[in-house]
Design a protein around this ligand. Structure first.
Ligand code: PBG
Length: 309
């Protein structure tokens, strides 16, 4: 009877697996604060994506960890940069079977760890950064990305990327906009995964949203939709279910939610201590994110869920 009347079904079709690929390593590297998740080699990434495909997971989102970083993050648009190489590998490996989403930002590639160009006063220069995102979008699209996902929260980034893609014959590539992305304390393990430390004890409060603000999140999403976003994302997920529900009520576009690294790490840590039932909490949190209105969920549990469903 409970099955019959259940309003929400978590399904393998809802899942997007975030994956890290690191340049010039020969063995996958475990990430201490993300148990079960690794920095992949190009080869192990191929195997992982093939396994996810076989489990029915429809999409992955790729993050690159380059060997060299500089002030502008130029490896983000190098045609031989790690994500671009990985995209070619994966197209070869799985063709069109898996949606290859690329995180589009420069923080993994800059030596100061910010999501853009830093000016003489230590502030991120919004408009100058848009040009970097345009270059990265083209490099990713040329290398075989199915969807680009700008995560830097610069104003105008969706419009800038859309026009760059359209101008280069990539009209068919959709944009999944990290639209309401909060300046959360829950991204810590991710920054370990991509070897990012924001310089001078810095933070992203200048461009990400204040967790105290819900209406501001809606305004950010409206702006991205007006600029041509094809799908919009709320991030993190569990502390922002109200934002997901409001987005669901207002927009008819597909809505994604990102269960971020800190959310995953908290569940894994409590589970490892025997303080919670890890699998039950995993399924409860993901089902709640879907119940709130998400059509798709980026989660480090993607493979585990796909194996258990
Ligand atoms: C920025 C980006 C971040 C995450 C995804 N894209 C880090 C940040 O904004 O500091 C975090 C994801 C997570 O914590 O799982 N490229």
């Amino acid at each position: 009877m409970r099955r019959l009347v259940a309003e929400t079904q978590l399904n393998v079709n809802d899942l997007i697996a975030p994956l890290f690929v690191r340049e010039s390593i020969t063995e996958p590297q475990p990430i201490e604060s993300l148990p079960g998740i690794v920095q992949h080699t190009r080869d192990s990434l191929r195997q992982e994506v093939r396994a996810l495909r076989d489990l029915g997971v429809p999409a992955v989102v790729l993050f690159g960890v380059p060997s060299t970083k500089d002030a502008v993050g130029s490896e983000a648009w190098n045609p031989d940069g790690i994500v671009q190489l990985a995209l070619r590998d994966l197209r070869d490996e799985v063709g069109d079977d898996v949606v290859l989403i690329t995180d589009l930002c420069v923080d993994e590639y800059t030596d100061h760890g910010h999501c853009g160009i830093v000016d003489d006063h230590g502030e991120v220069d919004n408009d100058a950064t848009l040009e970097l995102y345009q270059k990265a979008a083209l490099a990713q699209a040329d290398a075989g990305a199915s969807v680009v996902a700008p995560s830097g929260m610069m104003d105008g980034q969706v419009a800038a990327i859309r026009s760059a893609l359209d101008g280069a014959g990539h009209e068919q590539i959709p944009i999944l906009a990290y639209a309401a992305k909060y300046a959360s304390a829950m991204y810590g393990p991710f920054r370990d995964a991509v070897d990012v430390t924001i310089a001078d004890g810095g933070h992203r409060k200048g461009y990400q949203q204040d967790p105290r603000n819900a209406r501001e999140g809606m305004a950010e999403m409206r702006a991205d939709v007006a600029e041509g976003a094809d799908m919009i994302m709320v991030k993190p997920a569990l502390s922002y279910l109200d934002i997901i529900a409001s987005a669901r009520a207002e927009f008819d576009l597909p809505i994604a939610a990102y269960q971020v690294s800190g959310e995953y790490a908290m569940i894994k840590a409590a589970g490892a201590n025997g303080w919670i039932d890890e699998e039950a909490v995993m399924l409860e949190t993901l089902t709640s994110i879907k119940r709130a209105g998400a059509d798709m969920i980026l989660t480090y549990f993607a493979r585990t869920v796909a194996e258990s469903l």
